[in-house]
Design a protein around this ligand. Structure first.
Ligand SMILES: [Zn+2]
Length: 441
């Protein structure tokens, strides 16, 4: 069936829209509602006459070899069964993410899909959301899997993450998404979707999110990644809705755009805010269908990045303040920096490190920072605060373990250095006891 610009209007006076759905989308829309025993459709009719279930709409009537006829609107939206609905078959997919998806339903019908899809990359490095591989890749991201796994030079993280899943779930390891693997992915996504919905709905930009690519993660998942880390901060560090929006436009992770995906401009010199009276939309940093997409960080790394960027926003050492954004530059960090850097020699955000041992820093990025811009012997300090803040909030157990280890090492060094300590804590038993006491800090 085709639609040309000069097609006559339908009987109900409504021509088919240019965006009418493909047949695979139409069948996938009906898939969660099919009775057991369906193997194929016997008839598929696009009816321009009005159905009682969808007045004045162009609707597909699908007749299957078991159960009731199913009705799906021209744009792929499920309408319902004709007559009393079927009891859906227990084997139908159940997660919102997969149940009406064409890729997933093709696998569910028994056709295994090879994740090593030759169309995975566009122009060497851009991950191709048009592939079914991206849909399943996104599903693994929503379960917390590391979607940057594997050897980066092979550029097949979609295969690496599938095989990690297969290994953990006792599935045969291959490049194929099979009915069994899909069933496990689906049943793990169902409780996760329930768990994230309430937090996702509190994201202030929830009602303004740019549409995601159909093969990308769910809208709730993006909102959850942004909202979860903010929701666990102490009350005085939580931004109001307007400041959250301005921070995302400015320093925080993500983008504010107009309806066409163009980033919004500054509102004033210094670029502290953008004009929120326009029709603006939010796009997550790794979820913008218009941007080139080289990699999808794990959800944990993404949450870490949300906190990291927010820490820069809070950092008074960076020198930005603007009264309408009360939390901008509101945290005095010079004492914190002075632990790792000799701040008496600071010039702007550059200072000498107190130690050249990377183990004294909480992350490698905190130690190495970003190159350039500082005088000889000094380094850019700001990544250390951002990394430490992010780790303290998102990985508190690791943070405290690193602190205990560090304190114990400092204690050992001190006991070696100070003669009085060498005598008082000289016996191995006393030293061990002293270290244990310290490590409970
Ligand atoms: Zn940074």
């Amino acid at each position: 069936m085709t639609r040309s610009a000069n097609t006559a209007p339908s009987q109900n006076g409504q021509p088919l829209a240019q965006s009418w759905a493909d047949s695979t989308t139409v069948f996938a829309a009906a898939a969660p509602y099919l009775a057991c025993g369906v193997t194929h459709a016997r008839l598929a009719n696009l009816n321009l006459a009005s159905y009682a279930e969808a007045p004045s709409q162009s609707v597909w009537g699908l007749n299957f070899d078991a159960g009731q006829n199913q009705l799906v609107k021209w744009d792929g939206a499920y309408v319902g069964a004709q007559g009393a609905p079927n009891a859906p078959c227990a084997a139908n997919l159940k997660s919102d993410f997969l149940k009406s998806d064409a890729c997933a339903n093709l696998v569910a019908s028994g056709t295994a899909y090879d994740m090593d899809d030759p169309a995975w990359l566009i122009n060497v490095s851009d991950q191709n959301r048009e592939t079914c591989a991206y849909k399943f890749f996104s599903g693994f991201n929503m379960l917390g899997y590391n979607t940057m796994a594997g050897n980066p030079s092979l550029q097949k993280p979609q295969v690496a993450v599938l095989q990690q899943f297969q290994n953990q779930r006792g599935l045969p390891v291959s490049t194929l998404v099979t009915v069994d693997g899909l069933g496990q992915l689906d049943s793990l996504l169902v409780p996760r979707e329930i768990k994230i919905a309430a937090v996702a709905a509190t994201f202030p930009l929830y009602g303004r999110m740019q549409p995601l690519h159909r093969n990308d993660v769910s809208k709730n998942w993006v909102a959850y990644i942004y909202m979860l880390p903010m929701s666990v901060l102490p009350a005085h560090l939580r931004m109001g809705d307007v400041e959250t929006t301005q921070c995302i436009w400015g320093q925080c992770l993500g983008f504010l755009q107009d309806a066409n995906g163009v980033d919004l401009p500054c509102q004033q010199g210094g670029c502290y805010t953008t004009d929120l009276t326009v029709d603006y939309r939010f796009a997550g940093a790794y979820f913008d269908p218009r941007r080139n997409h080289a990699a999808l960080p794990s959800a944990a790394a993404d949450v870490g990045a949300v906190l990291h960027e927010y820490a820069h926003y809070l950092d008074a050492a960076l020198g930005s303040t603007y009264p309408p954004n009360p939390l901008l530059g509101s945290v005095a960090t010079s004492g914190f920096y002075d632990i790792s850097y000799d701040m008496s020699q600071a010039q702007g955000a550059c200072a000498p490190r107190r130690s050249t041992n990377p183990q004294d820093w909480i992350t490698r990025y905190g130690f190495a920072g970003v190159p350039g811009g500082c005088m000889q012997g000094k380094v850019f300090i700001a990544e250390e605060w951002a990394e430490a803040f992010s780790m303290y909030v998102a990985a508190g157990r690791n943070f405290r373990a690193a602190k205990r280890r560090h304190c114990a090492e400092v204690q050992l060094a001190e006991d070696e250095r100070v003669p009085e300590h060498r005598i008082r804590y000289g016996s191995p038993a006393r030293r061990r006891e002293r270290l244990q006491r310290r490590s409970r800090l």
